[in-house]
Design a protein around this ligand. Structure first.
Ligand code: KG4
Ligand code: ZN
Length: 502
């Protein structure tokens, strides 16, 4: 199950109150939560999965002691690590606010919660008789120490910058999964009128946006940590940046800025492969996901199946011989006059169409390997459109979109199934902009989950280019001791797997 932990806001209160009612015999009201959110020294967090609130917790700091006030996980999401994720985040947040010890009350019959707190080093020190008025149960009092001082893994704070294509993005991540800020400035409107990304425009727009985007991320990170000002660069542990693959003139902007920041602050620079970032968008949402895994990387520039036996080791099983999947979506949309990028609009239209309406070719479906070819499909679709127009017939765009999309999906799914079988991977990740395609997500889940393989898809807003995924990948690289020199150059053709010979 994929989830992210973030600060609770007013907009979450209905969902929170609903979980509260389903969890506790004497629930807090929505108003109580609203008042709590405003209270001094409070820290309220929610866990979100697939856009819905599935858990929450809150604590209160007075001097150096913190009180855990509440922690609940929606009944249908228990046993997925959400409770311990919430507890871990709230503990580190309370420690940041100056607390060195944590206390709470728990019902003696709630064995599961007690075990969770014990696993975080807390122990029962006494009881409050009749604390729970309705059931008449005593309240057990638990206490535990909070770790203070940075522990490299949980406290590691990384600023990541991404400018490989047409989004200028910066993110601040703590502990490899707590997203303190995630800012994406899209240039897509500037490119849309040209029907694709124009490299010169991309470089210029990145240069215009980069300073503001990074400053905004540091300000948001400061706010997320309860400060009135931006997080100072001095409090970062590292600066990470995408150094390839991508458009050279676009990569250079982010890389130069990151190098300058690293030089000015004395912080280490960590270089990330953009495609590795896309794969890590999965780990961001689902902390349990990890190697050995197979990733299907489908974006505007890439279509490949990658075997990841351990983080940092990537074996390309096969890739496209010509067009990338996202590129095929973009080109078909362009011919239909649907604008750029084509994926989102075509997939919306496909939802209302018949995927069996037109029998488009499924190239390489039975090739017995992991290579893809998409240019024939693109040509077949374009020929079909031309043919229908010449014959004076109206084109049913939903049917065409659905049939085209299905032809892509059939091949992707068949090869992905073969790859997880052959590598015996425990997990499967979908990555890249095309991972936002709902039909592809669904088809992969339906085909792969029955094999007993964990299937992960990134949160929708983390499928297309962003810096949060770069920060997640950088966290692992940093811990492995990987650093990029200040003389590093952008590598537009950077490969995930330098040994790939496909
Ligand atoms: O990863 P990304 O943001 O940029 C690259 O690294 O290429 O991917 C962008 C690509 C575009 O080709 C876009 O049309 C495609 O992802 N895309 C989609 C969908 N959303 C974005 N393709 C199919 N269905 C979608 N819903
Ligand atoms: Zn991308």
């Amino acid at each position: 199950m994929s989830f992210v932990i973030r600060a609770m806001s007013e907009a979450d209160l209905d969902a929170v109150a609903a979980i509260e009612v389903a969890t506790f015999p004497v629930p807090w009201s929505r108003t109580q939560f609203a008042e709590e959110l405003e209270g001094p020294g409070r820290l309220w967090l929610v866990a979100e999965a697939h856009g819905a609130v599935v858990g929450y917790t809150g604590g209160w700091v007075v001097d150096d002691e913190a009180h855990l006030m509440n922690l609940a996980v929606r009944t249908d999401h228990r046993g997925e690590g959400i409770g311990s994720g919430l507890l871990e985040s709230v503990r580190s947040g309370l420690a940041e606010r100056g607390a060195t010890r944590l206390t709470l009350e728990v019902r003696p019959s709630n064995r599961e919660a007690i075990a969770l707190y014990e696993s975080f080093g807390m122990s029962v020190v006494g009881s409050r008789p009749g604390y729970y008025a309705v059931s008449g149960e005593d309240g057990l009092i638990m206490w535990g120490d909070l770790e203070t001082g940075p522990t490299p893994d949980e406290e590691l704070t990384i600023l990541a910058i991404e400018t490989s294509c047409d989004e200028t993005a910066a993110a601040v991540m703590r502990g490899g999964r707590r997203l303190l800020a995630n800012v994406v400035a899209s240039q897509v409107d500037f490119h849309a009128r040209f029907g694709g990304v124009v490299p010169e425009i991309a470089s210029r727009k990145h240069a215009e946006a980069i300073v503001g985007v990074v400053d905004e991320a540091m300000l948001a990170a400061g706010a997320e940590l309860g400060r009135d000002d931006a997080l100072p660069f001095a409090e970062l542990d590292a600066i990470a940046v995408t150094y390839g693959p991508g458009l050279v003139g676009a990569l250079v902007v982010g890389l130069s800025y990151a190098k300058a920041l690293a030089l000015a602050t004395g912080k280490p620079l960590v270089g990330v492969n953009h495609l590795e970032g896309h794969i890590f968008a999965n780990a961001l949402a689902d902390p349990e996901i990890g190697p050995p895994l197979v990733a299907l990387v489908v974006s505007g520039g890439h279509t490949s199946l990658v075997h990841v036996p351990e983080w940092g080791v990537y074996h390309t099983l096969g890739e496209t011989l010509d067009d990338a999947a996202g590129e095929a979506f973009d080109k078909v949309a362009k011919v239909l006059g649907l604008g750029y990028p084509g994926g989102p609009v075509l997939s919306r239209m496909a939802a209302d169409g018949d995927p069996a309406a037109i029998d488009f070719p499924r190239a390489m479906l039975t090739s017995g390997d992991y290579r893809f070819s998409l240019s024939g499909l693109k040509t077949a679709v374009i020929n079909h459109i031309r043919h229908e127009r010449e014959a004076g017939r109206d084109i049913n765009i939903p049917d065409l979109a659905a049939s085209f999309q299905q032809a892509i999906i059939d091949v992707q799914v068949a090869k992905a199934v073969r790859a997880v079988r052959e590598t015996r991977a425990a997990s499967f990740c979908l990555a890249g902009g095309v991972a936002a395609n709902p039909a592809l997500r669904e088809a992969l889940r339906a085909a792969i989950e029955p094999l007993g393989v964990r299937v992960s898809v990134p949160a929708l807003h983390l499928c297309t280019d962003n810096a949060a995924m770069i920060a997640a990948a950088a966290h692992h690289r940093y811990l492995r001791g990987e650093r990029l020199g200040l003389d590093a150059e952008a590598v537009p053709g950077l490969r995930l797997d330098p040994a790939a010979d496909v």
